[in-house]
Ligand binder design. Structure first.
Ligand code: SAM
Length: 245
């Protein structure tokens, strides 16, 4: 790190006017937040939060008293122009989501794109996201991977899994617990019996990683349905499978 990049802990961040700060927040454990994220959340004029009640807990933990405005999937089209207006008037605004890095499978992307489109300066304050810890804990190759977000629940689902069958890189998916069994079954029929890891409740009390073949984990999830937040990591197509095909 260059000498000039070093900032002593607890130094108050100097935020720039008319800038959107995209701030990563914890994915479960409230201690997983950077010093810079706390500095920026305290220093900006306004925080756009996916669920203001949820984020109040985080703010309480770190004594952040910045006013919040809600910005979620159902009001993003209405709220984005208001937030852009605040930015254009010179305010510094931070964007946070319920968990992790805004924009990764959440409505943050919409505001980031609008800010870029309207010529607003955007800065990332990096930190947690669920996909990276799941990947490194999976034991599957990490040197080349692809993030596919949530599989489509209905329309386009079959095509989605068929397209994954030829993917040679390690595949990362987000999934809700009530669709997990169906997704594991669809992966097995589209891709064959690959190695897979299920990362559940990362950084939280009931954190757990299940590793094995798809057929094994299907049985395990049938006998003990999993609750909570889930990331699936799936082995890519192996060269030998390609030769067989
Ligand atoms: N922006 C977030 C990020 O950076 O990872 C993701 C938001 S997306 C709406 C929520 C999904 O992320 C969950 O359904 C789950 O797939 C994954 N996720 C979030 N927190 C998690 C955790 N603690 N453990 C496992 N998966 C998690």
């Amino acid at each position: 790190m260059a000498e000039t990049d070093k900032a002593p802990p607890n130094s108050a961040a100097k935020v720039e006017r008319a800038t959107l700060y995209v701030v990563s927040t914890p994915i479960g454990n409230l201690r997983d937040i950077t010093l810079r994220a706390i500095d920026v959340l305290s220093a900006v004029d306004l925080v756009a939060a996916e669920d203001t009640r949820h984020s109040r807990k985080l703010f309480g933990e770190y004594g952040v008293r910045t006013p919040m405005i809600s910005f979620h999937d159902f009001n993003k089209e209405r709220q984005a122009p208001k937030i852009i207006k605040e930015l254009q008037s010179g305010k510094a605004v931070a964007l946070i989501s319920d968990a992790g890095t805004p924009g990764i499978s959440d409505p943050g992307f919409y505001l980031i794109r609008e800010a870029i489109r309207t010529g607003i300066r955007v800065q990332a304050i990096p930190g947690p996201t669920a996909l990276i810890p799941a990947l490194i804990l999976s034991g599957l190759p990490v040197h080349r991977f692809v993030f596919e977000g949530f599989p489509p629940p209905k329309k386009g689902r079959r095509r989605f899994f068929e397209a994954l069958a030829g993917e040679e890189r390690t595949i990362i998916l987000y999934e809700s617990p009530h669709r997990l069994q169906r997704t594991l079954a669809d992966l097995l029929s589209a891709c064959g019996d690959r190695n897979v890891a299920i990362a559940r409740e990362l950084t939280k009390k009931f954190e757990e990683i299940l590793r094995g073949r798809l057929s094994e984990l299907i049985k395990s999830v049938e006998s003990r349905p999993l609750k909570g937040e889930i990331v699936l990591v799936v082995e890519g197509k192996q060269k030998k499978d390609k030769e067989k095909a």
